[in-house]
Design a protein around this ligand. Sequence first.
Ligand SMILES: Nc1ncnc2c1ncn2[C@@H]1O[C@H](COP(=O)(O)OP(=O)(O)O)[C@@H](O)[C@H]1O
Ligand SMILES: [Mg+2]
Length: 300
Amino acid sequence: MSLLTVTGLHVDYPGGRAVHDVSFALQRGEIFGLVGESGSGKSSVCAALTRVLPVGARAAAQAVRLGDRELTTLSDEEMRRLRATRIGIIPQRPMTSLSPVTPVLRQLRWHTGNADFTELLNQVGLRAVLDRPRDAPHRFSGGQLQRLLILIAALARRPDLLIADEPTTTLDPTVQAQVLHLLLDLRDQLGLSILYVTHDLAVVAQVCDRVGVMYGGRLVETGSTEQIFTAPRHPYTRALLSALPGRAAAGSRLGALVPGPVARRGCPFAPRCPVVLEVCAEHDPQPVLDVRCHHTEGSP
Ligand SMILES: Nc1ncnc2c1ncn2[C@@H]1O[C@H](COP(=O)(O)OP(=O)(O)O)[C@@H](O)[C@H]1O
Ligand SMILES: [Mg+2]
């Protein structure tokens, strides 16, 4: 059974619609990647799901189910409680979420109470937190702190769902790899489901079971990571893959995840699409078998 099912999610800002009719499901124990270039609507989806959109923004959905609960009909107070218990949100900048003067170990205990995290700290390479019980955050590296915050989000309240919005974007590659390992460990050990947002397809390949590709506020293709990488169906997904390092033609700078023009009507990808049809400029394609493309729509 799905842990999270999102059906027909829209998000509007005063400047216009940022998320159009997004639907996907996240299974228990699954890591689902939401991938797309900057501005494609990934953070808006996360903020709408957890109801933390900025003032002036509006979200609407046919349904958002978490386990056996329908979230769209919850009051703000009920939603706040849910955020504090069943949904863990991983902050993007660790330093702003920790007290700068209090020892890290004490802050971990505040949040996790009597939970025994010794073994987990060892496993995720954070023994230093135990070895240096009096050290404040500035004595640890950014990567250690980011992993610690993920641990806090996952352990403190034992959420069913972790939402990680580009948690490694500011980290160097070594630390990024450590964070990704930690997420995989947590999924394996705690059975967490993780919504993992990134603009980096290489990261998706490393950690995600399934992927949703966003362009211009639409989920243009959803599939298993294997299917997305071996048999992409949407022209945008194919363009992304061909621009991955190692796959791009020498000298090609066709931007993987470099923001490009988004059409205001019709298919949002039409201005960049190598196989654009006349109909694409007029009509936004409807999703057919997890792909939003007139080519798929027209096929039997
Ligand atoms: N606070 C905001 N006010 C107005 N428009 C916003 C706001 N946040 C995001 N947007 C717009 O919504 C679109 C999607 O943004 P966002 O969800 O942040 O995308 P991503 O996370 O994929 O980079 C963009 O066009 C952006 O300009
Ligand atoms: Mg974002």
